[in-house]
Design a protein around this ligand. Structure first.
Ligand SMILES: Nc1ncnc2c1ncn2[C@@H]1O[C@H](COP(=O)(O)OP(=O)(O)OP(=O)(O)O)[C@@H](O)[C@H]1O
Ligand SMILES: [Mg+2]
Length: 372
């Protein structure tokens, strides 16, 4: 789903750029006969102290950071795709009641109908937002709606997934990419990029959980579409802060402690999957997943459905034993996803790509956008 996109050129390379709370990550892919092939990747972390405001509010600095990674990673293409962070995106399923089969072929009519319904739910005036939408299960609806005979017949409650972002936020991204010397060909939402790299064409119901530095984004994906999205401000930094406070050590030491858990069995405690000191922030993530899952399954259209699996991404997905802990607590098979699954890459890079995969999942999904 693109909040805007430009027509392609002869260039077959695409650069996915993920501007995260703690780092900038990018992946360049090329179209190799319809399959995505890795060209290069790179990332740059910000200092741990966080330096106050968000990267997106510091266009000069962020553009400089992007330029640095571009140079270091020897990126070839200028064609970039980026994602708006999940909390900056409004998304909702709306229902169009007065649309006919014939109208579906007319973008103008659908736009008018969507905007009419959107006005009722948007957090900002329509004029201040950029909208995009996707009809969900369109073909099935047309097939199943036996009552609707002929083109003029109305379709009952056509379900549309609406996404929107403030024009002001979108402008900030456009500005940053211009300063970085890149051609921003499309801007989409993080959850769509993640669904592409982590779920692909699989039709089952999957919960994606991206745990970054400043936050966690949860999406329920069905038929490869992120239908329900929720975010919370708990991530890797919350865990580091908790360790630093409890053990009375510096943030840097706490960060190291967290990353070294695998080689520090004493930190875990007898029979424990995770050290007790970090169970609290993790529990708030688990509660939010539980809530999101139940909310989804309680919708009338979702009765009888089942969550097949929980797929983790983001840097904090690498926290030692986290996926096992989720499986245990949530009772649903949870594991770290492999965003490289459908990408061609040199075999000798496999170990390093596997370890960095969870952090690059969004950038990979972005770069895949116009290839598959
Ligand atoms: N091995 C590891 N174990 C635990 N945590 C890790 C490990 N490696 C990285 N992290 C954590 O991952 C986080 C960074 O992840 P990521 O790059 O996905 O975040 P981001 O995209 O910059 O932030 P956000 O998505 O919240 O905006 C940091 O908090 C870091 O401490
Ligand atoms: Mg992130």
């Amino acid at each position: 789903m693109g909040l805007f996109s430009k027509k392609g050129t002869a260039d077959t390379n695409y650069l996915g750029v993920d501007i995260g709370g703690s780092s900038i990550k990018l992946v360049e892919l090329t179209n190799n006969n319809g399959r995505a092939q890795l060209v290069t990747y790179g990332y740059l972390e910000r200092s741990l102290s966080g330096e106050g405001s968000k990267l997106i509010d510091q266009p000069e600095k962020t553009a400089e950071m992007i330029k640095k990674v571009l140079e270091r990673s020897k990126v070839i293409t200028k064609r970039a795709i980026t994602a708006l962070p999940a909390p900056a995106v409004f998304s909702s399923i709306i229902s169009l009641s007065e649309i006919s089969k014939k109208d579906l072929a007319s973008p103008k009519k659908v736009t008018a109908a969507v905007e009419w319904e959107a006005k009722k739910v948007l957090p900002l005036p329509l004029e201040e937002m950029i909208l995009d939408w996707k009809v969900i299960g369109n073909e099935d609806i047309l097939k199943e709606d036996k009552g609707a005979k002929g083109d003029g017949a109305k379709i009952k409650n056509l379900q549309v997934l609406l996404t929107g972002a403030a024009k002001e936020v979108v402008q900030k991204y456009i500005q940053i990419f211009k300063k970085a010397g890149l051609d921003l060909i499309s801007l989409e939402t993080e959850s769509f990029a993640l669904a592409r790299s982590m779920v692909g064409k699989d039709k089952s119901v999957v919960v994606l959980v991206d745990i970054g530095a400043v936050g966690t984004d949860i999406s329920v994906v069905e038929n490869a579409i992120p239908l329900l999205n929720r975010s919370l401000g708990v991530g890797g930094l919350s865990i580091t802060n908790e360790i630093s406070k409890t053990l009375n050590i510096s943030i840097e030491q706490a960060e190291q402690f967290k990353r070294d858990l695998a080689s520090n069995p004493e930190a875990l405690g007898e029979g424990k999957t995770l050290p007790e000191i970090i169970e609290r922030p993790i529990q708030s993530i688990i509660d939010e997943i539980e809530y999101t899952k139940n909310f989804y399954l309680e919708q009338p259209d979702n009765k009888g459905k089942k969550i097949e699996r929980i797929v983790l991404s983001g840097g904090t997905a690498s926290l030692f034993n986290l996926s096992e802990y989720f499986t245990d607590k949530l009772g649903i098979r949870s594991f770290i996803g492999n965003p490289w699954a459908r990408i061609i890459y040199p075999q000798d890079l496999e170990p390093i790509l596997e370890s960095i995969g969870p952090r690059l999942a969004t950038s990979i999904g972005l770069a895949m956008r116009d290839i598959e």
